[in-house]
Design a protein around this ligand. Structure first.
Ligand code: SF4
Ligand code: SF4
Length: 381
């Protein structure tokens, strides 16, 4: 393919440079292009080297070459490059900052991201879901704040139809946000790669891309790329624990819906029920994985730890703890505490789903698509 023609004059986007510097807490000018980072990175290959070129693009303010460049998603933030950088330019943190800016670019509306840039807005991330849940509960007349009865049954307090009325439209809305974002992301990645001479200009064959996504998923789920890191190798286990928990808890929710509507089986279920066991194992894995990730992040003094990174870890831990406490309080037969904890757990669950496209969890979607797109382009050659 032809080499990309550089524009005669480069117009640096100074705001973009300032945002990266503030996001990574560093000065891009520190980088003197020695390329140690690209050599050190075990995920960077000759046909797709990074992060040296991203460092020069970033310091020149070439936003259009970075925001939709799938290469920034091939980085797993292992910090090997940052450790070896002789100038302490922290290329790993710069790429992390670029990914955050990419999510901000594609997950609309942009105003939603304001909620995640300012810690003073944190209470609203919980007050708003609480208000929506309470309003829906009272407006439909389905929420019963004094369920009574001999046993604690959460469906008597917050019936399944009410949960569906809240969470189904919410999930559909989130899916739409992702769909629109990914559609633009793919179009821009194709344009970026075509301009850099890495892809054939033209539209994407979505059927072939979808097949590539499906074939790449097992390697992504197994976190194969994590194994090649040396600096933060242990992160693979904790990362997998959290990813496993979220996936299996989604499966558990689906299994309980199936049990309710197809098998006409109502909860609460026995502790020895296989799905219940999976739910408990997932809950414990979520708490343990989140705690390990928090410990690793705190221990890595060289890492830039922003609100964006901490928020998801805090939410994952809170979800795990409130979920397990809800069950413990039910088994301990303390109704007021069990129902209250269940309500708090619902707020965290609402928060997780509603803000999925705007939090670090959106990485899962954007990274998967970017990795699959890179494979798609390679197959094309
Ligand atoms: S980021 Fe550091 S290691 Fe990479 S090119 Fe710049 S100075 Fe060299
Ligand atoms: S943080 Fe790790 S994966 Fe990312 S560029 Fe640096 S060495 Fe490569």
């Amino acid at each position: 393919m032809a080499s990309p023609a550089l524009p005669e004059f480069i117009e640096p986007d100074l705001d973009f440079i300032a945002q990266i510097n503030s996001g990574s807490g560093l000065n891009l000018k520190k980088c003197y292009q020695c390329a140690t980072c690209s050599v050190a990175c075990t995920m960077s290959h000759d046909d797709q080297p990074f992060p040296r070129k991203e460092m020069i693009y970033a310091s020149w303010g070439l936003k259009d070459r970075l925001i939709a460049n799938p290469d920034i998603w091939l980085c797993y933030n292992c910090k090997d490059c940052s450790t070896l950088c002789p100038r302490d330019a922290r290329p790993g943190d710069v790429l992390n900052s670029l990914r955050k800016m990419s999510i901000k670019e594609y997950s609309k509306p942009a105003a939603m991201h304001l909620l995640f840039n300012d810690t003073r807005k944190l209470p609203w991330l919980f007050i708003l879901p609480a208000l929506i849940i309470i309003t829906m509960g009272f407006a439909t007349g389905l929420m019963n704040i004094s369920p009574g009865g001999d046993r604690i049954v959460f469906a008597h307090f917050f019936p399944v139809p009410l949960i569906e009325m809240i969470f189904i439209p919410l999930s559909l809305g989130v899916t739409l946000v992702f769909f629109l974002g990914i559609r633009r992301f793919l179009k821009d990645m194709q344009a970026t790669y075509a301009r850099l001479g890495k892809a054939t200009p033209g539209s994407i064959d979505f059927k072939r891309l979808l097949i590539t996504i499906v074939t790449q998923l097992p390697a992504i789920i197994r976190h194969e790329r994590f194994s090649t890191c040396s600096e933060t190798k242990g992160r693979k286990i904790s990362h997998m624990m959290v990813a496993f928990s979220f996936t299996s808890l989604a499966f558990v929710a689906g299994a309980f819906v199936f049990a309710l509507y197809v098998l006409n089986s109502h909860g609460p279920y026995d502790q020895i029920n296989p799905v219940k066991i999976l739910a408990n194992v997932s809950g414990i894995a979520l708490i343990a994985g989140s705690l390990l990730l928090i410990r690793e992040r705190r221990a890595n003094a060289r890492q830039t730890n922003g609100y964006f990174d901490w928020y998801l870890l805090g939410l994952a831990l809170s979800l795990g703890i409130t979920g397990m406490l809800t069950q413990t309080l039910r088994l301990a037969e303390i109704p007021w505490a069990a129902y209250s904890m269940y309500f708090i757990h619902l707020i965290f669950a609402f928060n997780l789903v509603a803000f999925l496209p705007y939090t670090k969890l959106a990485h899962l979607v954007y990274r998967t698509v970017a990795i699959a797109y890179c494979h798609y382009v390679k197959e094309e050659k």
